[in-house]
Design a protein around this ligand. Sequence first.
Ligand SMILES: [Zn+2]
Length: 112
Amino acid sequence: MRSKNHYLENKKVARKIILEYLHFFAALYKVKFRKVAIRNQRSKWGSCSKAKNLNFNYKVAFLPNDQRDYVVVHELCHLIEFNHSKKFWAEVARTIPNYKEIRKKVKSTSLR
Ligand SMILES: [Zn+2]
């Protein structure tokens, strides 16, 4: 149960870090979100609901900066475009022009 302990020990600090970047990018995009949940999922880095609630894996806080920013921006852009359309990616590219390359790195990072 090492990973569960790691989660419990780091959840608070992860939330603080993730919220800091969320607020920064939310101000840039001029979007508002509702609740933020920090979880320890096995398969997801983050998600966004239609009710504007955001959900992040606590491990996002410990990713390299560019990857952390990408995950945060990705979920925030779903508050503008609730899909993965060209418009959605154009929003992501406003702050992360090289998102394609960063996205690959995030996808290849195991959550297990
Ligand atoms: Zn998405």
